[in-house]
Design a binder for this molecule. Structure first.
Ligand code: UD2
Length: 330
C-alpha cells in the first residue's frame, strides 16, 4: 500500500508511537523527516529505518528548527511533547513551552511550508473524570492536569488553523496505546509496558486500588493506521477524533492475561489507588468509523502476544528497553 503524499515530517519520530509511524511511512515509500530532541525518544527506536530518513536532532521550542524540518513536507504528524502527566504537574510552565508553544510552532511551520495536512496527537486525558461512558468527542472537556489543558489547547489551535488558513488539521485522542518499544522505566509508564517488564523478569507487579479499574487499550499499529487515515481524509479536517477500540479490560484481568503468557502464577501486590485515577475509560468509536472508515484490526490478545514477544526478546539483548529515569523526564 502507498500513501498519496511523498514527503512527511514526524515530530517526536524517535518516540514509541512516532517510530512505528515513521517505519510505516517509509515502508509505504514516503520520504520522512524526523524531528526529535531525544528527551524521551531514542535513536535505537529508529535503527531499522536510519538509512532511509532525514533525522534532525532539534527542539519544537525552536521555531527555526521546526521551520527547517517542515520544508517541502506535504503532511506533518505532530507527536513531540512532554508526555509525562506528572512532569507537567511539576513543571506547568516548562511543559507549556513544549506542548503549547511547540505545537504553535509546528502549525506555523505548516503554514509557512504550505503543508496540506497536520495530524496532532491528542489524548483521552482531555475527558478528565467525566463519569459518562463511552467517552464521546461531543463531551465538554474536563482537563485535570496541565498535560490535558495543553492537549485540548493544541486541538483548539489545530481547528483554528483549519478554519483560518485552510490546513487540513485533525486531532486524534489516543486512548491507552501499547506495543513494542513502550518504555516501562517510570512508575507512570503505560501499565502494559510495566506489566510486560515484570512478567519477563518473572516477578509480580503492583496494582493500584482493587484492580477493577478498566481502560481501552489500543495497539500501536492501529494508532498508526488512524494517523495516516486522518492525514489523507478530507472529512477529518478540523475534527477531534477518538482512537480506541470501543472495549475495555480491567487491570486484574490484564495482569492475569500477561502472567498467563509468561507462565506465572504470582499474586500482585495491591497498593492504595493512585490520586486522580479514573475508574473506567472506553472510547466511543463511531466518529473514527464514520469520518475515517477506521476500525481497529489487532485484538487485545494478539497485541499482547506481539508485545510480550518483543519484551522477552529485548530482555535478552542487553536490556534494550531499560532506560535511565532522566531520559523519561523524571
Ligand atoms: C493514561 C495516560 C496518561 C493520561 C491519562 C488520562 C498512558 C500511559 N497514560 O493514564 O498519560 O493521558 O490516561 O486519563 O497512556 N496501574 C497499576 N500498576 C502499575 C501501573 C498502572 O495498577 O504499575 C494502573 C493505574 O493505576 C491505572 C491503570 O493501571 O488505573 C492504567 O494506568 P496507566 O498509567 O497505564 O494509564 P492511565 O489510564 O492512568
Amino acid at each position: 500500500m502507498t500513501v498519496s503524499f511523498k514527503k512527511a515530517l514526524v515530530t517526536g519520530g524517535a518516540g514509541f508511537i512516532g517510530s512505528h509511524l515513521t517505519e510505516n511511512l517509509v515502508a509505504k515509500g514516503c520520504r520522512v523527516t524526523v524531528l526529535d530532541n531525544f528527551s524521551s525518544g531514542r535513536r535505537t527506536n529508529l535503527t531499522r529505518v536510519a538509512a532511509d530518513i532525514d533525522l534532525i536532532e532539534g527542539d519544537i521550542r525552536d521555531p527555526l528548527a521546526v521551520e527547517r524540518a517542515a520544508k517541502g513536507c506535504e503532511v506533518i504528524f505532530h507527536l513531540a511533547a512532554v508526555v509525562s502527566v506528572p512532569q507537567t504537574v511539576a513543571q506547568p510552565l516548562d511543559s507549556a513551552r513544549v506542548n503549547d508553544l511547540g505545537t504553535l510552532h509546528v502549525l506555523e511551520a505548516a503554514r509557512d511550508a504550505g503543508s496540506g495536512a497536520v495530524v496532532f496527537a491528542s489524548s483521552s486525558a482531555v475527558y478528565g473524570d467525566d463519569p459518562g461512558l463511552p467517552k464521546r468527542e461531543s463531551m465538554i472537556p474536563k482537563p485535570l492536569s496541565p498535560y490535558a489543558v495543553q492537549k485540548i489547547t493544541g486541538e483548539y489551535y489545530a481547528r483554528v488553523y483549519h478554519e483560518l488558513y485552510g490546513i487540513d488539521t485533525a486531532s486524534l485522542r489516543f486512548f491507552n496505546v501499547f506495543g513494542p518499544r513502550q518504555d516501562p522505566s517510570s512508575p507512570y509508564s503505560g501499565v502494559i509496558s510495566i506489566f510486560m517488564s515484570k512478567a519477563v523478569a518473572q516477578t509480580g507487579p503492583i496494582i493500584y486500588g482493587d484492580g477493577t479499574q478498566s481502560r481501552d487499550f489500543v495497539y500501536v499499529s492501529d494508532v498508526v493506521r488512524a494517523m495516516i487515515g486522518a492525514a489523507t481524509t478530507k472529512a477529518a479536517a478540523g475534527q477531534s477524533i477518538n482512537v480506541g477500540t470501543g472495549t475495555s479490560i480491567d487491570i486484574n484481568r490484564l495482569w492475569r492475561t500477561i502472567a498467563g503468557m509468561a507462565g506465572l502464577s504470582n499474586v500482585p501486590r495491591y497498593d492504595p489507588p493512585r490520586a486522580g485515577d479514573i475508574i473506567a475509560s472506553v472510547a466511543a468509536v463511531d466518529t473514527a468509523e464514520s469520518l475515517l472508515g477506521f476500525k481497529t484490526e489487532v485484538s487485545l490478545e494478539d497485541g499482547l502476544e506481539r508485545t510480550f514477544r518483543w519484551y522477552a526478546a529485548s530482555q535478552t539483548t542487553a536490556g534494550a528497553y531499560s532506560q535511565k529515569g532522566s531520559e523519561n523526564g523524571d
